[in-house]
Design a protein around this ligand. Structure first.
Ligand code: FAD
Ligand code: FMN
Ligand code: SF4
Length: 648
C-alpha cells in the first residue's frame, strides 16, 4: 500500500478512525447569520469527507451568542436551533466512514464590539492583541461569575454537538487565541485570583471546561484539545510548560491533543506561508512522546503526502492534521491512497485564504471551487471552438474547465512552457511552492484534453489563418516602463527569469512585493567567501515596503532583507538614471547614487490586452480574464477563469 503509516487505523478513546489524516478546523464564513450551517457549508464539508479524510474538525463554533469572532457568519452551538443542520452534516460525513468533531471556540479578545452589539470583548486580562484587525481594542477582564457561566456554556455547546450526532468536540486552547488561549498564556493572563498566577491558575479555566464537558457528555464522547506546544515569544509559553499543560489536559480527561505552535501574533508560524519548513511543528511534537499517554496529532504545512508519511513513520505524532491542503484539494487523501500524488492540487502557501478570511467566504487561490461545492460543472449546451491566449493560471484554468465541459479548446502560450507569471512568482526565495501549483495546473490542462501550443505568439496574422467561435484573452500583464528612465534598466521579471545579468551594485526601483522579492533574490548573505556580497538598494516612493503583499511571508521577507544588509529607502522619488547613476528626491532634497552597475525596474505591471483591437476588428467574440483584465493576484485570475469556465 502507498503510505502505510497514513492509512493505519487509530483508536482514540472509544472510537476507531480509519486513517491518520485529519482535517484541521478552518472558518468558512459559510454559515448564516443565525450561525447555522448552510447547504453550501454542508457541501464544502461533504467534499472533504468524500475525499478520504479520516476525521473532520468543523470550524470554530461560538459557545455563547455574543462572541462573533469574525463577522456575523460564524458557526454557532449556543442554541438548539443550530442542531438540525449539524445533524444533517454528521449523517452525511458518517456515510463516508469519517469521524466528525466540532471545534468549540470562544473568540475572547477577537470578538469585535461592532459584531457583538457594542460589547467590549472578554479576556483573561485587559491586554490588547497587537496585530491585524484587532490592534488597539482593549478587552475587559472576565470576572469569576462570568467565567463560571462560560465554562457551562462550553459544556452545553458540547452537549448540543452530541445531540447533533457528532463524535466529539475539540476545545480551542491554542495560539494565545480566543478566550481560553488568553487564560493559558502568561503573556495575556495577568490575574492574581484563582484563574491566574502560575501555570496551574492559568490552566484552571481550561480544566474546568474539560471536566464539565465530560460530566455532561459522558465517557464515550470524544474530547480533543488544541494546544500550542510552545509560543515562541519572549515571556510566552515554553515547551516545558507546554508539556505540563498537555499532561494536565490528559489528566482532566481529554482523549486527544491537537498540537500547533506560535500565537495569534506570530501568524507566519501558526499559518505558515510558502518558504516555511515543512511539518514545522512536528520535531517539537515528537518531544511530547514520553510526556503523554493519550495519542496526539500535529498540524502545519504538511503539504505533501510524503511529509505526512515521514511525520508518522518517525513517530513525531499519531495523526497529522491537514488544513489548507484540503482547501486546495478536497481529494488529497484519496489521491494519496490511490498513488495518484501527481494529481493532487497542492496548496501554494500564498495565505490568501486566511488573509481574506474576513471576506464573504473562504477562498482558495489554487482551487476556486472551494466554498462553491454546490455549483456543478454542466456540459456545454453549444460546443464551441475556443482559443485561449495565454498560459498563465487564468488561461490554464479556463482552458481546462471549458474542455471538461465539452468545448474544443486550444491554449496558446508565447513562452516555451505554461505557467505565466505564476511561475515567475515561484522564483524568489521561499516561493517554490508556487511552482508545485503551476505543475498542478499543467496537469489538469493535460488531463482535460486541451490542445496546448507553446512558443506561439497569437497575433493578427495567426487569427487571419485560424478560425475560432470565441477567444479568451488571458494574456496577463507587462512590466511598466517609467518614462523618467528613458528605457534604462532591466525589469525585475527579466532578472528573476535569468534573462538579465546583474552586477554588484544594484539599485531596485520600486519596493513593492516584486521589487523586495527581487532584492532578496539578488542579495546574498555575507560570508567569508563573499565578503562584500552584492550591494542592493531599494528605492520606494511610498513610506512602506511590499505594502501590496498581504501574505504571511512579508514579515519574513522584511527580516531577511534587513539581516542581509539591504539598503531600503522609502519616500524616494526617482527622477532619472544614467549608465552609472540613479537620481532621486526625498524630503525635498536631491540625491545621487553613483557607481551603480544595474538598475532593476519594479514599478508595477500593466494589463496586456493588445489583441482586443484585432478581435474587435475581426468581430470575434472575446472575453478578458486575469491580469489582462486588471492586474491583481492569482486568486483573482483563477476566479475569473472559474466563473467564465462554468458559464461559457
Ligand atoms: C515576481 C512576481 C511575484 C508574484 N507573487 C505573487 C504572489 O505571491 N501571490 C499572488 O497571488 N500573485 C503573485 N504574483 C501575481 C500573479 O503571478 C499574477 O496575478 C498571475 O500570474 C496572473 O495570471 P494570468 O493568467 O492572468 O496572467 P499571467 O500569469 O501573466 O499569464 C499570461 C500569459 O500570457 C502569455 N501571453 C501574453 N500574450 C500572448 C500572446 N499574444 N500569445 C500567446 N501568449 C501570450 C504570457 O506569456 C503569459 O504566460 C506575482 C507576480 C510576479 C511577477
Ligand atoms: C481560512 C482559515 C481559517 C482557519 N480557521 C481556524 C479556526 O476556526 N480554528 C482554528 O483553530 N484554526 C483555524 N485555522 C488554522 C488551521 O486550522 C491550521 O492550523 C493552519 O492553517 C495551519 O495548517 P496548514 O498548514 O495545514 O494549513 C484556519 C486557517 C485557515 C487557512
Ligand atoms: S489560498 Fe493559498 S494558502 Fe490558502 S489553501 Fe489556497 S493555495 Fe493554500
Amino acid at each position: 500500500m502507498n503510505y502505510p503509516n497514513m492509512f493505519k487505523p487509530i483508536t482514540i478513546g472509544s472510537m476507531t478512525v480509519k486513517n491518520r489524516l485529519f482535517m484541521s478546523p478552518m472558518t468558512t464564513n459559510l454559515c448564516n447569520t443565525e450561525n447555522c450551517l448552510t447547504e453550501e457549508a454542508i457541501a464544502y464539508y461533504e467534499a472533504r469527507a468524500k475525499g478520504g479524510a479520516g476525521l473532520i474538525t468543523l470550524e470554530g463554533a461560538m459557545v455563547t451568542e455574543k462572541s462573533h469572532y469574525r463577522g456575523l457568519t460564524n458557526l454557532g452551538l449556543y442554541d438548539d436551533r443550530q442542531i438540525p443542520m449539524l445533524n444533517k452534516l454528521a449523517d452525511i460525513i458518517h456515510g463516508y466512514d469519517c469521524r466528525v468533531l466540532v471545534q468549540l471556540l470562544h473568540g475572547g479578545p477577537a470578538c469585535l464590539p461592532k459584531d457583538n452589539g457594542g460589547m467590549l470583548p472578554w479576556a483573561a486580562s485587559p491586554i490588547a492583541i497587537r496585530t491585524g484587525w484587532l490592534s488597539g481594542i482593549v478587552p475587559q477582564e472576565m470576572p469569576v461569575d462570568v467565567i463560571r457561566r462560560t465554562v457551562s456554556e462550553f459544556a452545553e455547546a458540547a452537549q448540543r454537538a452530541k445531540k447533533a450526532g457528532l463524535d466529539g468536540v475539540e476545545i480551542h486552547a491554542c495560539h494565545r487565541h480566543g478566550l481560553i488561549g488568553t487564560f493559558l498564556s502568561a503573556l495575556s493572563n495577568k490575574r492574581v485570583d484563582a484563574y491566574g498566577g502560575n501555570v496551574d491558575g492559568r490552566l484552571r479555566f481550561l480544566k474546568e471546561v474539560i471536566l464539565k464537558t465530560r460530566e455532561l457528555c459522558g465517557p464515550d464522547f470524544l474530547i480533543f484539545v488544541r494546544l500550542s506546544l510552545e509560543e515562541l515569544e519572549y515571556g510566552g509559553q515554553s515547551l516545558l510548560e507546554g508539556m505540563y499543560i498537555a499532561q494536565q489536559v490528559e489528566k482532566a480527561g481529554a482523549d486527544f491533543i491537537h498540537f500547533s505552535r506560535g500565537t495569534t501574533e506570530t501568524f507566519w508560524i501558526t499559518t505558515p506561508p510558502s518558504g516555511s519548513a515543512k511539518a514545522l511543528h512536528s520535531e517539537t511534537a515528537k518531544k511530547m512522546r514520553d510526556a503523554l499517554h493519550i495519542p496526539y496529532g500535529v498540524v502545519g504545512r504538511i503539504s505533501e503526502p510524503w511529509i505526512a508519511e515521514m511525520v508518522l513513520e518517525q513517530g513525531r505524532a499519531d495523526a497529522v492534521y491537514l488544513g489548507r491542503e484540503l482547501l486546495a484539494d478536497p481529494e488529497f487523501v484519496n489521491k494519496a491512497k490511490e498513488g495518484r500524488t501527481e494529481d493532487i492540487r497542492f496548496c501554494i502557501g500564498c495565505t490568501d485564504c486566511i488573509g481574506r478570511v474576513k471576506g464573504p467566504v473562504t477562498h482558495c487561490a489554487i482551487n476556486p471551487s472551494c466554498s462553491r461545492e454546490t455549483v456543478r460543472l454542466k456540459e456545454a449546451e453549444t460546443k464551441k471552438k475556443i482559443l485561449v491566449v495565454g498560459g498563465g493560471p487564468a488561461g490554464m484554468h479556463a482552458a481546462a474547465l471549458l474542455a471538461q465541459r465539452g468545448h474544443s479548446v486550444v491554449l496558446a502560450e508565447k513562452e516555451r512552457n505554461l505557467g505565466g507569471n505564476m511561475q515567475t512568482a515561484g522564483i524568489p526565495n521561499g516561493k517554490e511552492d508556487f511552482l508545485l501549483g503551476v505543475k498542478s495546473l499543467i496537469r489538469s490542462v493535460k488531463l482535460s484534453g486541451v490542445q496546448v501550443e507553446c512558443n506561439i505568439m497569437i497575433n493578427e496574422e495567426y487569427l487571419n489563418t485560424h478560425s475560432f467561435d470565441e477567444v479568451i484573452l488571458a494574456s496577463g500583464s507587462v512590466p511598466i516602463k517609467p518614462s523618467f528612465l528613458n528605457g534604462f534598466g532591466v525589469s525585475a521579471i527579466d532578472v528573476l527569469k535569468g534573462r538579465a545579468v546583474t552586477g554588484r551594485n544594484i539599485v531596485v526601483i520600486g519596493g513593492g512585493s516584486v521589487g523586495c522579492e527581487t532584492a532578496d533574490f539578488l542579495i546574498h548573505p555575507r560570508n567569508d567567501f563573499n565578503v562584500s556580497g552584492k550591494k542592493v538598494t531599494v528605492l520606494e516612493y511610498t513610506d512602506n515596503f511590499a505594502a501590496d503583499d498581504r501574505s504571511y511571508q512579508r514579515t519574513r521577507l522584511m527580516e531577511r532583507l534587513i539581516s542581509k544588509g539591504c539598503r531600503m529607502i522609502s519616500g524616494a522619488e526617482v527622477t532619472g538614471a544614467s549608465e552609472n547613476t540613479v537620481r532621486y528626491r526625498k524630503d525635498g532634497r536631491e540625491y545621487l547614487l553613483e557607481g551603480v552597475d544595474t538598475v532593476v525596474v519594479a514599478v508595477g505591471l500593466e494589463s496586456d490586452c493588445s489583441l482586443k483591437d484585432v478581435l474587435e476588428k475581426k468581430q470575434i467574440p472575446y472575453h478578458v480574464i486575469g491580469d489582462a483584465k486588471s492586474v491583481r493576484r492569482i486568486t483573482d485570475a483563477m476566479m475569473d477563469a472559474q466563473l467564465l469556465g462554468e458559464s461559457l
